[in-house]
Design a protein around this ligand. Structure first.
Ligand SMILES: NC(=O)c1ccc[n+]([C@@H]2O[C@H](COP(=O)([O-])OP(=O)(O)OC[C@H]3O[C@@H](n4cnc5c(N)ncnc54)[C@H](OP(=O)(O)O)[C@@H]3O)[C@@H](O)[C@H]2O)c1
Length: 390
């Protein structure tokens, strides 16, 4: 059975190295950590007693971030410059890491860029977005693979991803089926990403079924999720777990300060996930953190396995309903009434699957509302363009 994890931002249960599997020799690397969610993740890892490597592409910003943590009494944080979009910078970082640490327990691929405001969808910077968000994380991951400790505590990679990169945003059926294939390879993922960049260069990207919102960013995260899935499969049972986490609509520079919760809230959840006890740690999963509604609190522990919603909790709820029927004297009812109840139950079940799937994949926050509005507006524009002109 799947582990049930409370991913609501209100979770306050303490994390402590005295009860956990980690200690001060446990090493975590976080990319893009001079601000936003990355910085909050480093702070949280340091608070719970790990040794953390804070990396940032700008030396001054990175060093300032480490200083601000020291002022808070958090001394277990080291800094090294790392621009994930530059293979040479990755090389320099990895050789420094090898001499300074030699072993790695947790890698958080957090660094990312988007050049659009919420209602915009320019692909002017698509090359940079793909190079940073997908290739950057992938090349860094590959370069650090030899250093993972692979101990019984299980090493971990957590990609900070986005539900904008969910497979349901992809409308091109051929690409969708390639990405959903059980035999998906890294080469195929790169091929997909390069197809997108070709479409951008050729000016055909809008008609080719790529995600409609924050298209370049969505493709980069889609590729990152797919890569995590392939890597998780490769390392299954070999001491390395690979998962993705969407922090939800978070107040950072990327969203112009808008969002339903702070970077610290998102980091609380991200760090809980990264520090799950080895026996509860899944691999190849996509978690969505969310400002929780009552329903979402239950749905939140549900995960997307690869690209399929895992409905374990829903099945649990259904079995509860069946027990309730039993208690209400179901067995003594007439067969016709029983059939009616079964038909009603089945419809509710189908609706429930749809409802929970949409919720788990799509979410309900402000960003989603903005996305829906934007998509609706685009639809109307397309219809207006098709309407015969007077
Ligand atoms: N905020 C949200 O609502 C939201 C939602 C879903 C997913 N996410 C994801 O959460 C993660 C963190 O984003 P955020 O919201 O915290 O955004 P943010 O405040 O803009 O932080 C992004 C970080 O990435 C760094 N970065 C950018 N390009 C880099 C590069 N080439 N090499 C190294 N670092 C680089 C930035 O450094 P500089 O300061 O030098 O630019 C910054 O430290 C991202 O993966 C993002 O996609 C965010």
């Amino acid at each position: 059975m799947e582990p049930t994890i409370d991913l609501s931002f209100s979770t306050t249960s303490p994390l402590s190295s005295s009860t956990g599997w980690w200690n001060k020799d446990t090493v975590a690397v976080v990319t893009g950590a001079n601000k936003g969610i990355g910085f909050a993740l480093v702070k949280r890892f340091a608070e719970v007693g790990l040794t953390v490597v804070l990396t940032a592409r700008d030396r001054e910003r990175g060093e300032r971030a480490v200083e601000s943590l020291k002022e808070k009494g958090l001394h277990g944080v080291r800094f090294f410059p790392l621009d994930v979009s530059q293979p040479d910078s990755i090389k320099t970082f990895v050789s420094w890491f090898e001499t300074q640490f030699g072993v790695l327990d947790i890698l958080v691929n957090n660094a990312a860029v988007s050049f659009n405001d919420i209602n915009q969808n320019s692909v002017e910077h698509a090359e940079t977005v793909i190079k940073t968000n997908f290739f950057g994380s992938k090349i860094l991951t590959e370069s650090l693979l030899p250093f993972f400790r692979l101990s019984p505590s299980i090493s971990r990679i957590l990609n900070i991803s986005s539900r904008l990169g969910s497979i349901n945003k992809m409308r091109n059926p051929n690409i969708k089926s390639i990405l959903q294939s059980k035999k998906l390879s890294v080469e195929q993922i790169e091929w997909v990403v390069n197809c997108f960049l070709e479409d951008v260069r050729g000016g055909t990207w809008e008609s080719r079924g790529w995600p409609q919102v924050w298209t370049d960013y969505a493709v980069s995260k889609l590729a990152l999720n797919a890569y995590a899935r392939v890597l998780a499969g490769r390392y299954e049972g070999r001491g390395l777990s690979v998962n993705c986490f969407c922090p939800g609509f978070t107040q950072t520079a990327m969203t112009g300060g808008r969002g339903t919760h702070t970077a610290d809230d998102a980091a609380q959840v991200g760090v809980r996930l990264a520090l799950l006890p080895p026996e509860e740690l899944p691999t190849g999963k996509f978690y969505i953190g969310e400002q929780s509604s009552k329903h979402y609190n239950q749905a939140i522990s549900r995960v997307l396995e690869g690209f399929t919603v895992d409905l374990i909790s829903l099945f649990n709820n259904t079995s509860l309903q069946f027990s309730a029927c039993k208690m209400a004297g179901y067995n003594s009812l007439a067969p016709k009434t029983k059939n009616l109840i079964i038909a009603g139950g089945l419809s509710a079940f189908v609706f429930g699957v749809y409802f929970y799937t949409m919720k788990a994949v799509g979410g309900t926050d402000e960003l989603q509302v903005a996305i829906d509005k934007f998509e609706e507006q685009k639809k109307q524009e397309a219809q207006a363009n098709m309407a015969p002109k007077a």
